[in-house]
Design a protein around this ligand. Sequence first.
Ligand code: TYM
Length: 335
Amino acid sequence: MTKPNLLSGMQPSAGSLHLGNYLGALVNWAGMQDDYNAYYVIVDLHAITSPQKPAELRTNSRRTAAQYIAAGIDVTKSALFVQSHVPAHAQLAWVLNCITGFGEASRMTQFKDKSQKAGADSASVGLFTYPILQAADILLYQPKAVPVGEDQRQHIELTRDLAMRFNARFGDTFTIPEAVILKETAKIYDLQNPTAKMSKSTADPKGLVNIMDDNATILKKIKSAVTDTEGIIKFDREAKAGVSNLLGIYSAISGRSIESIEGEFEGAGYGVLKAEVANVVIAAIEPIRERTQELMSDQNELDRLLAEGADKANEVAEATLAKVYDAIGFLKAAK
Ligand code: TYM
């Protein structure tokens, strides 16, 4: 029996992935490789929708790839590649731009948030069409599953709408994908501002645990996480956002239920909980950081693996693009 396809990706827009990327997506990705034909992409075209320094972008793309591998992506099972190595992404995005409504794109909440932060004059048209490029990333690989965190739900909905619209207008071309969002880890929150999601663009770097942070830094950040003055270790997202986030992180990493963790810490102070959360986070992240550093020390090998991944990706992406071009009525170039 052939396995269904899967696609997911991350932006190489920072020096490191963070705990939200790891728990919200990467852990899930690694676990799905045996059941799916998986394509994992480093979306450098998306990263330039906000300003990037060229040398940093190159390093961050390699480091993101190294982090995928270090966190368990097996390149003998899955295709690991860089988006700009597969020209069909930009090509399909153009076609999808032309079937997306202006109003429809204007409703994307991530665009509204980011453009508000950047200011209307510095938000680029690329930022506006970002979700349409994301739809192209996905639809090229005809995936059934797209494992992501909660913040991507609306983009996957748009992708489904565009796929259905294209199929209805031009004939069956795309598989309709589904978001796979694990409830427990769908949203990891900022340690300093625990009602906002953990994000690389956070105002306060102390709110963010990076995979590349050393152990002492991780301990410090978790110890200074914002909690409350009640002194009771109980999960309550509304009233106790900070403590609930720590419990959620602990539960996601240890695989234990929130109730059993609440039981274990009954009567204990927040300091004890924080120390224990730091322990499990460090135990999970330290080997990934070390493996990433090892992989980064042999860039030729890393580039070779990415070229192999791009070959696999190009094969599937070109076949889908050819179908799309034909369906839409583009003339075939004579051989
Ligand atoms: P990005 O790079 O912001 O994030 C990568 C993945 O990490 C998840 N994530 C989180 N999960 C839980 N808690 C958090 N605090 C948290 N922060 C991030 C995201 O949901 C995502 O799964 N637009 C995408 C990149 C993309 C993509 C794609 C994803 C481009 N093309 C095609 C899937 C399929 C993004 O900006 O992810």
